[in-house]
Structures are given as C-alpha cells and as structure tokens.
Design a protein around this ligand. Sequence first.
Ligand SMILES: Cc1cc2nc3c(=O)[nH]c(=O)nc-3n(C[C@H](O)[C@H](O)[C@H](O)COP(=O)(O)O)c2cc1C
Length: 173
Amino acid sequence: MNIKGVILQGSSKSNGNTNKIALFIKEKTGFDIIDLKSKNIAPFDYDFKNKDDDFLPTIKEIVENYDTLIFATPVYWYAMSGIMKNFMDRITDCLKIEKEIGRKLRGKRMGMISCGFDSELKQGFTMPFIESANYLGMHYLGDIHTWVEDGSIPKQLQNDIPIFISEKIKPEI
Ligand SMILES: Cc1cc2nc3c(=O)[nH]c(=O)nc-3n(C[C@H](O)[C@H](O)[C@H](O)COP(=O)(O)O)c2cc1C
C-alpha cells in the first residue's frame, strides 16, 4: 500500500521542539508537514462567520491528498495546544456546513504525537484524539509521546519513533 500522510503540526513555535520531532518523522516516512501556526484558523463559531479563513482550504487539501493524518502537538498545560484544539473544533464545520468534507474524513487513518517537557505524559491526554477518530469514522493508529533534551531528540526516541512508525503508521517500511 502506498500511504500518503501528512503531519499536522500544532505548535505555537514553527521551528520548536514539536517541529524537530515532525521533521524526524517526515525524514522517516516521507510525509508532508502542514504547520497550523502558519494558517489563519479562528476558533469555532456557531454562526460560521469565520468560514472564509484558512480552515476550509486547509482541511480540503488534507482530505483530497492524504489518507493518514498525524496530529503532532506540544503538551501545553497537560493538554493539546490551543492551535491544535482550534483545528479540532473547526472540524465541526465539516459536520455542519461542509458535510462532503466530513464524509471524506471517514476511513482515513489518524495517529498522534505529543511533545512535552519530559518523558511523562499524564493519563487522559490521548483520549480526545481516540474519541474524535471514533466519532469521525477514522481509524486510530496509535500515538507516541516525545520530548527534546538540550535541543536534540534523545537516543531512546531515535530508536522508539521508527519502531512506532513501522508498527503503527507505515507497516510496509
Ligand atoms: C504554555 C506552555 C505550557 C506547557 N505545559 C506543559 C505541560 O503541562 N506538561 C509538559 O510536559 N510540558 C509543558 N510545557 C513544555 C512543552 O510541552 C515542551 O517544552 C515542548 O517540547 C514544547 O514544544 P514546542 O517547542 O513545539 O512548543 C509547556 C510549555 C508551554 C509553552
């Protein structure tokens, strides 16, 4: 199977730690990266007054070009980043006003990468991703927690991330 994947980078720093991890995964998988910080994506609005911002073109590009979506988020206050949460909230647009896009999400594959201060990830962090994938009819592939030490990806992760990729994301590698 030729898997076409995209890493959705949800950090508040385009070239920060989450980007380091995203670039490492890009190198191993050939997946593209979409930097959500570089997009103008407003919070969800019940009146859809923001429907002309970058969300709809971005999600259209994703559903039309990729079958595997890797949500890459830093850990901010024990949860996904605000940028990532806004993006997730806006998927609601695809269930309300752009239903065709919502339908196209069905059957796609979702993975998640968290990037925190250290090796500890508090319980419950992954739940919104797993449940959202279920709700959207997406196939949840799994997740890996990462961190960066002194500007570098620790040896342990340089070993574990490729294993995660080959076991969960891209089994043919
Ligand atoms: C607003 C904010 C909140 C944070 N909260 C946490 C946290 O709850 N747990 C944690 O492990 N690290 C926390 N950190 C540290 C970051 O997760 C960590 O430095 C991460 O590698 C930053 O990735 P980035 O450079 O892509 O932003 C926080 C950092 C910021 C800026």
